[in-house]
Design a protein around this ligand. Structure first.
Ligand SMILES: [Cu+2]
Length: 346
């Protein structure tokens, strides 16, 4: 029913516009071409003035209304810097946008074609050109230099005490790896990848044997965290929107990024007023059919909570290796027992 009403309204509007156009055509024939041109110029000029505030208010409304949807609340130290640069750029360019749009519509109204008015021939003004080059150049320089200042801070080498986590993207989930007690991530080799060894860890390297591959990412609040980002197959994109971390996961070329989480999950739940809030790692690169489902839960906790959690995690080696080893050794042991019994009987 609603659809029929909407279609009816659209047809009605089209026929009104058509009728108005037809009537104005008839009026112009009666009045003569010159008068009708004057009228339409006046109408268009006034419409420009009416459209200007509607358009500008719409811009302000959409910026305010959708601002929180552009990026969620920042939960990392450098996230605040990025937001401040972003907001400064938005304010400066927004101001210029408003001034130029007001001038554009006002000029369209003020200098519409009018009887007895002739356009002024004004080919150049060097002074004016100088100022409208210098002023934007100063603003652009300030914005770019501020951006670069933060960029170098953000991309500087990670502090030595940073926690190191490796995250590998694959179609269609993330694999996180924490170094075990030795604090070292063991070697891996893509040729060793199989169902029991999702990362292709090289078990000949002792450092791999305590590596942990959990199903969730855990960070410590206030602790610098360095992520080594990998991909097992196609290009993915490591995206932690709350931490303002977003970097491509490229097969064969590990990328790194470090950041410091500012709030625990619990604190963030209070901040956003949602007791069910959870941080999330997403894939921000369309990487195949189930790209939309490629995500991983992220927990930010205190050092003590993290220590308790990591203590409960089993090294991946234990889940990957012993099962076949035990299965082989059981029949072998049985055989030995049998042989021993036979010998006893002899
Ligand atoms: Cu992906």
């Amino acid at each position: 029913m609603t659809t029929i009403i909407i279609v009816g309204i659209i047809i009605l509007l089209i026929s009104i516009v058509f009728q108005v156009a037809k009537t104005s055509e008839m009026v112009s024939t009666l009045k003569g071409a010159a008068q009708s041109r004057k009228d339409s110029n006046n109408i268009l000029g006034i419409l420009m003035l009416v459209f200007m505030p509607v358009f500008l208010i719409g811009c302000i409304w959409s910026a305010v209304h959708f601002h929180k949807d552009f990026l969620p609340e920042s939960a990392s130290v450098h996230g605040d810097w990025i937001d401040s640069v972003f907001n400064t750029t938005l304010i400066v360019t927004g101001l210029v946008f408003f001034l130029t749009q007001i001038a554009l519509f006002w000029f369209a109204f003020r200098y519409r074609e009018q009887e007895g008015k002739k356009a002024l021939y004004y080919p150049e003004n060097n002074k004016l050109e100088m100022w409208w080059t210098i002023i934007p150049a100063i603003f652009m320089t300030v914005l770019v230099v501020t951006g670069l200042f933060y960029w170098y801070k953000i991309t500087a080498p990670a502090p030595k005490d940073a926690m190191v986590i490796e995250v590998t993207g694959k179609q269609f989930n993330w694999i996180a790896r924490y170094p075990g007690k030795d604090g070292k991530l063991g070697h891996k080799n893509f040729t060793l990848i199989n169902d029991n060894n999702v990362e292709g860890l090289d078990w000949n390297d002792e450092a791999t044997k305590d590596d942990i591959i959990p199903t969730e990412l855990h960070f410590v609040v206030g602790k610098p965290t360095k992520i080594i980002i990998n991909s097992r197959d196609v290009m993915h994109n490591f995206d932690l929107p709350h931490f303002r971390v977003k970097l491509d996961a490229v097969p064969g070329i590990p990328t790194t990024f470090w950041f410091t989480p500012k709030y625990t999950t619990e604190e963030m739940r209070v901040r956003v007023g949602n007791p069910k809030f959870n941080f999330e790692l997403a894939c921000a690169q369309i990487c195949g059919q189930s790209h939309y489902a490629m995500k991983m839960a992220v927990v930010v906790q205190t050092q003590a909570e993290f220590d308790a959690w990591i203590k409960d995690q089993k090294p991946y080696y234990e889940t990957a290796m012993p099962a076949p080893a035990v299965a082989e050794s059981v029949p072998a042991a049985e055989e030995k027992k049998d042989e021993a019994k036979k010998e006893e009987k002899k």
